[in-house]
Design a protein around this ligand. Sequence first.
Ligand SMILES: Cc1ncc(COP(=O)(O)O)c(C=O)c1O
Length: 324
Amino acid sequence: MRAAMADAEVGDDVYAEDPSVNALEAEVAALFGHEAALFAPTGSMANQIALQLLVPPGEELLCDADAHVVTYEIGAAAAYGGISSRTWTSVGADIDPEVVAGMVRPDGYHAVPTRAIAVEQTHNRGGGGVIPLGTLRDLRRVADDAGLGLHCDGARIWHAHVADGVPLIEYGRLFDTLSVCLSKGLGAPVGSVIVGSAEKMTRARLLRKRMGGGMRQAGVLAAAGRYALAHHVERLAEDHARAARLAEAVAPFGVLAAPVRTNLVPLDLGKAALDAPALAAAARAEGVLVSVLGPRIARLVTHLDLDDAGVDRAADVLTRILRG
Ligand SMILES: Cc1ncc(COP(=O)(O)O)c(C=O)c1O
């Protein structure tokens, strides 16, 4: 990947003149069967640009209460887009499209009009759960019936593709906009891509510049992303298998919050002797990193830089700590 970055041909991407960025955008658009795509520095910016494309200021987005777009993006939808958000009770990837349909508010002179629905594939706080294709199709019908946009926060859509075997193009055809990350499971240092129609991506380019995301010789970053797409998608199955092994190791302690589907292992320490910060501190002291998502909620992640020996070591350290 570093060699690909060093070799990248570059230009000024603010003027759409960086050949490596242009190639990445064309590749990702084609993967999802859309007309166009736009490189963005982060998944958060990619999501927020997409939401601004779908929801005008003062109008409404529906998503789940644990969605990254309303949990971890520092109120950006409201702060930058003037977007009003309403959430369904989080069920992670286990969404009931009828519940979502029941939340839609019509146009008129009285209520905030609903303009778009956002879902997260895979679901981060939902423990890496995969929304089934049938549910997504039903959500598309809900969106069509109500004239709404449908956005996919696909930071880890590659994991869903590998876990469920759903072609990326199948996902692509269901959404008006997707944001996909190159910098998480795929292992690129930086970068996300927004996907949609050519008209939407023209507007997205303006929104990206307005948000300070217009980059110049970004081809070195795009080259890393292209390398990641070529070499690091199918291998995600290894990360999933390693996550399953970690889950198996900690399950006897009653801390597994949900069955593991992809590369995230969600921990519920509600009944454990130690809380999430205590577990994370004890593990960190032994070189194992654990994400704290709440006082008693934590997350383990497997990734490109973790091999079988690393998983064994993490499992040893965590089981020793949990045993007390
Ligand atoms: C589901 C999801 N969406 C979006 C993002 C945002 O990505 P970034 O950290 O590049 O802004 C993340 C980051 O963890 C995520 O988990």
